[in-house]
Design a protein around this ligand. Sequence first.
Ligand code: DGL
Length: 272
Amino acid sequence: MSHLNSPVGILDSGIGGFSVVRQVQKLLPEENLIYFGDGAHIPYGNHSEETIVAMARYMFSALEEWGIKALLVACNTISCVVDRCEDTVSCPVFNAVQAGADAVSGLDVNKVGVISTVFTHNSHIYPQKILAQSPRKLVVLSCGCPDLARLVEHSLGDPAGMARVEENLRLELDHMVLEDRVDCCVLGCTHYPLVADSIRRLYPQLPLIDPAEEMARTLKAFLDREGLGSFRDQSGSLTIYTTGDVEEYGLRARQVGLERVAAVKYYKPMMV
Ligand code: DGL
C-alpha cells in the first residue's frame, strides 16, 4: 500500500530513462525515486511484441512490490504496449509516448519528425497520437533507428563510442532534417536526449522535443492534484535497480548528472 512518502517508480529497458529521472529530480527534488533498467535485455526495440510485454510485466511487478505511488514508463517502446502491462500495478501509470504527443500539441509547427526504436516506428503510435491530438493539419514523419539506443547505452564518455553515435545519428537523421526539412524532432526514445548535445551540434537549427520534460510536468500536476506529493523536508533519494552491470549503471548515472543516488543494486533478470 503506497502513501505520500512512497517512491515514484521509473522504468526503461536500459539507462534511457535516466533522461526522465533528470527532469523529475529538477522539478520534484523532494520525491524518492526507484529506477529499474533491464540492462540484461536491452535493446527492447528490436524484440517482438510478446517478448516486450513479458519483460515489461516483469519490471512492473517488481516496482509494484516496492510500493510505488506512481509509475513513469520512461521507455517509448514499452509505452507502445502499456495497455497490456498496466494491470500488474495498482498505481497510476504515465507513459513517454503520451508525453511526447502532448508536448507536440502545444507547438506551432507544420512538419514534425519523430525518431525512435524500430518497434515504436512500426507501431505508428506517434503519428497516430500526434495527429489525433492536433487541432491543425500536420505532417508527421517517423524514422526507426535499429542501433542508436544500444550505441548510446554503452558509449557515454567514450570518444570512439560517441563518434559511432554521431555517425549513426547522421545516417538516421540527415534525410529527415536536410531533405524533408522537419520543423522539429521528437526524441521518441528516452536514450536519445542523453546525446542531445551531439544532435544539436550536428543540426544546430533543429528544435528538439524531449518528452521527459512533459512527463515530469504531468507527474507534478498529478501529485499536486491528488495531494500525493512527498511532505519530507529534505531532498529525496534515487535507488537504481538493474538486471545489467551495476558498476556501469553507477557510472552512467554520474555521467548524466543524476543526483542523490542512494544505491545501485542488481536484480535478477527474467529468463527470456
Ligand atoms: N529507451 C527505450 C525507448 O524509449 C528503448 C531502447 C531499446 O531498448 O531499444 O524506446
